[in-house]
Design a protein around this ligand. Structure first.
Ligand code: ADP
Ligand code: ZN
Length: 525
């Protein structure tokens, strides 16, 4: 019966124009909607602002019946419901913020089939009574927004989200759509498995934000660096992220002293104060918010010109999410990271305390990727996009390394040594072990695995640890190697590595800047 009701493209276009007032679909939206309407499970990866909501809103209003949207954020739910109602769509929300009277009212409307789009919190969606209702209503499909919250590999795991797989079990014939703005390969796979998506149609938009310039500076006098930077921006709007509440207050104060309209923002402040700060910032009455990660979700200010990271974030997802708040209007914006290798070592020490827990291992690997980005010797945008599995050969021309490149050298021979060493150890070991083998170390692990008998053993003896770390990381960034996050970041060769090993291609890499990495010799990824 589904196929009888299958709408043609032109009628989708009509709904787009009639209900939403848009003339064209954005990249990916139409294909996602068509596959969903054919009854396929779908996985939608689009950066923030990419237009995910339309992917479930349009099919929900396009066909009769009920669509259920599960969303973790009360405020966003409320915003969307109000906007939809204003457009004449029968949208409702069910969550803990309603009075029992409001709740009953929504349930009554559901019972009478008067609701087309129902937003629910995950807690609510998992209540027994609610599941029974869903079984009797048989919704047309279920959309799960912010789907990365379902995965322990994601950066924002929420236990109640982890349980949502139950819904699929009790509603086996209802198509599911999972949507997220941030997901690496492991998170994507985990979303698919936990929700039991069946051969989902996957849409992945480009995560590139070409108008954002990525810059990393050595952090030597951070207060002064920040002050000088902010002053040069002459009143443009910016966010400064830092790792502690205390620091947000100290930095805001030092900026205020320098005559900058700045305010701190963190979860420990009174909610009125936070609201005032947010409102002033949105109205351009405040130039700089100095914040912890508590400041972010749902900020929709188009003209933020810069985001400074006073401290290195714990993952590339967080970094991407936070820097992504700059330049929403498409005009040039800058993301500045102040990097001190000893900050990184300190974070590593904390992460090492949770040594054997699964979560600790994941967090360590995520942090390694972030650190690699901070220490990159090739285009930072390539590192970033590569993390999200977007591979490109072309450097961006809009990051510090592209604009002020380090010295290059013919690295074919070094790359061959490193890549064949990865191959010889069976693609089962991480960077650190491969470096040990290359440098001819006699450590226990090398001997245990008989790696001192390999032909590549000791081939790189003439260079330092740091040198080979840098070479291997560059090979990862360039897409010749990947790290398997599920297997202790074991290095594996990609297809692209073959012509290098056969000597069919030339290869230039950046001469390692050893002064930057010299304090890093103890890295154990
Ligand atoms: P996301 O949820 O991916 O962060 P949204 O769904 O909030 O992004 O969409 C971002 C903005 O883009 C919204 O203002 C939305 O109305 C707009 N938008 C979405 N799809 C289209 C389209 N096809 N044409 C024009 N604007 C669109
Ligand atoms: Zn670049």
């Amino acid at each position: 019966t589904l196929s009888e009701a299958q709408p043609t493209t032109s009628s989708l276009q009509q709904t787009l124009a009639k209900v939403f007032g848009y003339t064209e679909f954005r990249a990916g939206q139409e294909a996602v909607i068509e596959h969903l309407l054919e009854g396929r499970d779908t996985l939608v990866l689009m950066p923030t602002g990419g237009g995910k909501s339309l992917c479930y809103q349009l099919p929900a209003v396009h066909q009769p019946g009920l669509t259920v949207v599960i969303s973790p954020l009360l405020s966003l739910m409320q915003d969307q419901v109000e906007a939809l109602q204003a457009m004449g769509v029968a949208a409702e929300a069910l969550h803990s913020g309603l009075t029992s009277e409001q709740s009953l009212n929504v349930l009554r409307r559901l019972q009478n089939s008067e609701v087309s789009l129902l937003y629910v919190s995950p807690e609510r969606a998992l209540q027994h009574a609610f599941i029974e209702r869903l079984q009797s209503y048989q919704p047309r499909f279920i959309a799960i927004d912010e789907a990365h919250c379902i995965s322990q590999w994601g950066h924002d795991f929420r236990p109640e989200y982890g349980q949502l797989g139950q819904l699929r079990q009790v509603l086996p014939n209802v198509p599911f759509m999972a949507l997220t703005a941030t997901a690496d390969a492991a998170t994507q796979q985990d979303i698919i498995e936990r929700l039991g998506l069946r051969q989902p149609y996957c849409h992945r938009s480009s995560f590139d934000r070409p108008n954002i310039r990525y810059v990393v500076q050595d952090k030597y006098k951070p207060f002064k660096q920040v002050k000088d930077y902010v002053r040069k921006q002459k009143g443009a709007a910016g966010i400064i992220y830092c790792g502690s509440r205390k620091k947000t207050e100290d930095i805001a104060e030092s900026l205020q002293d320098a005559g900058v309209r700045a305010a701190p923002y963190h979860a420990g402040l009174a909610s009125e104060l936070k609201e005032t700060t947010l409102r002033q910032f949105l109205r351009d009455d405040l130039d700089v918010v100095v914040a912890t990660v508590a400041f972010g979700m749902g900020i929709n200010k188009p003209n933020i010109r810069y985001v400074i990271h006073f401290d290195i974030p714990r993952s590339i997802e967080s970094y991407y999410q936070e820097t992504g708040r700059a330049g929403r209007d498409g005009l040039p914006a800058e993301a500045l990271l102040l990097y001190d290798p000893s900050d990184a070592q300190w974070i590593r020490r904390i992460l090492d305390e949770h040594d054997n827990e699964h979560r600790g291992i994941v967090e360590r690997q995520k942090f390694s990727a972030m650190q690699a980005m901070a220490e990159a010797q090739t285009c930072r945008r390539l590192v970033l996009l590569n993390y999200f599995n977007e591979f490109s050969e072309k450097e961006c021309g809009n990051c510090d390394l592209c604009l002020d490149p380090p010295t290059r050298f013919d690295a074919l021979e070094d790359a061959q040594k490193a890549l064949s060493c990865v191959y010889r150890v069976g693609q089962q070991f991480g960077i650190s072990h491969v470096v040990e083998v290359l440098r001819g170390s006699k450590n226990q692990k090398v001997l245990e695995h008989h790696h001192h008998e390999l032909t590549t053993y000791g081939l790189g003896r003439d260079q330092t640890h740091e040198y080979w770390y840098s070479i291997l990381r560059q090979l990862i960034h360039r897409g010749f190697l990947v790290q398997d996050i599920r297997r202790h970041a074991a290095l594996q060769l990609t297809e692209e590595a073959r012509p290098i090993l056969r000597g069919e291609n030339t290869l230039e890499l950046a001469k390692p800047r050893l002064n930057l990495t010299s304090s890093q010799s103890k890295i154990t990824d």
